[in-house]
Ligand binder design. Structure first.
Ligand code: TRP
Length: 324
């Protein structure tokens, strides 16, 4: 099966997005033909600093590789390096009703959040996403719940194109990920850990002292018993969930082990576990940061492979639409 997904080069990868998404990408690459890319064009719908933007893309590439994406098992590239994405976006624009775009929840949210910059790109964002997906004749798209509406629109656009111009695109199916549904913010366990709120995040590449500081400062609940109860004890429950996911021990086991040892001992043990579990990620990232030529070569190889598929789809699309 061909699997495709994209990630914006905004912010570092935190443990919520790792456990909720990237880890699944890494598992998927074992048995599927996977294409992953850095969605820099999508990121531009919010103003970015042209001086630091290339570094953001490089950093995201390094972080994905350090997290376990293997360039021998998947294609990894930068969206803006393949012009077919924007070319197909334009053509799909001509069959996409504006009304459907205005109805998109993410558009409505962002239009509210960035009132002074409701640019056309913000509205057209889902069409670019549809182009990303349809260009590669994708079977499955791993996405979080917030992107399901965009995927449904992609299917609608594909169907419409196929009806009007003859069967051209596969209709992709979502592969629902639980992004940020497992891991809550350390400083406010009723909120999700989210990259739009950096102060809520524990990053995959945080240094040991930072991990320790963040875990020891994590908000807990009244009482001292270590028990999983997300309603009554959201803080401790979140820490138990993190402990369980990184240690592969069940929550029951952990409750038994820590039951009456107190919050401080439990947190200290969790900090140690995280410092050790995340060590390989930190090391790999640091190593890759010193190997710029190697990382850029991976992106170049990815670009070449992806472009072959993208160009073949575009040849067919141009023909079907009767372009000169
Ligand atoms: N919009 C997605 C997000 O913010 C990123 C994205 C861009 C994407 N193109 C895609 C995801 C294509 C899946 C498929 O999460």
């Amino acid at each position: 099966m061909r699997v495709l997904s994209g990630i914006q080069p905004t912010g570092s990868i935190h443990i919520g997005s790792y456990l909720g998404a990237i880890k699944q990408w890494i598992e998927l690459q074992e048995k599927n033909e996977c294409i992953f890319f850095i969605a820099d064009l999508h990121a531009l719908t919010i103003p970015r600093d042209p001086k630091t933007f290339p570094e953001d893309v490089f950093e995201m590439t390094v972080e994905l590789l350090a997290s376990g994406l293997n360039p021998e098992k998947c294609i990894i590239f930068v969206q803006s390096q393949i012009k077919e994405h924007t070319e197909l976006t334009w053509l799909l624009n001509t069959i996409t009703p504006v009304g459907e775009l205005r109805r998109m929840t993410q558009y409505k949210q962002k239009a509210r959040q960035f009132k002074k910059n409701v640019n056309a790109g913000l509205l057209d964002y889902p069409v670019l996403q549809a182009a990303d997906i349809l260009l590669y004749q994708t079977d499955f798209v791993p996405v979080g719940k917030d992107q399901l509406q965009h995927l449904e629109l992609t299917r609608t656009i594909a169907r419409k194109f196929n009806q009007r111009f003859g069967k051209t695109f596969k209709e992709p199916k979502p592969l629902l990920l639980k992004i940020g549904e497992k891991i809550m913010a350390l400083n406010d366990p009723r909120k999700k850990m989210s990259k739009s709120l950096p102060e809520t995040c524990l990053y995959l590449f945080d240094e040991p002292e930072i991990i320790k500081k963040k875990i020891m400062a994590a908000v807990t609940d009244p009482g001292k018993i270590i028990k999983y109860n997300p309603q009554k004890k959201p803080g401790i429950s979140n820490l138990l969930a993190i402990y369980s996911l990184f240690s592969k021990k069940s929550i029951k086991e952990l409750e038994k082990k820590f039951k009456s040892l107190g919050y401080a001992r439990f947190k200290k043990s969790l900090a140690e576990l995280l410092i050790n579990s995340l060590k390989p990620f930190r090391q790999k990232r640091k190593e890759l940061l010193t190997r710029e030529v190697y990382v850029k070569e991976i992106l170049e190889q990815g670009r070449k492979k992806a472009q072959i598929i993208a160009q073949s789809t575009m040849t067919e699309v141009r023909q079907k639409m009767g372009l000169f």
